[in-house]
Design a protein. Sequence first.
Length: 105
Amino acid sequence: MARSRGVWILAALIAAAQRVEHYEMAGYGCVRTYAELMGEKQAAKVLQKTLDEEGATDKRLTGLAERINVTAKTPTKSKAAGKNGRATRSKTMTSRIMEAVGMES
Ligand SMILES: [Fe+2]
């Protein structure tokens, strides 16, 4: 059984956010290097701090993506038949994440 559309949307949003972070890291890295080449030590230091923050955000998004992507490809438990033939319903990590971001499944 395929996952709900919401989980795939969440996975796509995380991927888009990671693309933004990588774009930002490329920009800050270049400008930091220019600052270093021009002897602007204070500016280079601030830009490196920003670059580090972008990297940390990317790592958090990677951790989230690793969980949501696995969840997205896993069959939905709530629609699978249990031993008695009736559908079982359990609160999955996906449900909790979707609730946290305001996207009920
Ligand atoms: Fe960012």
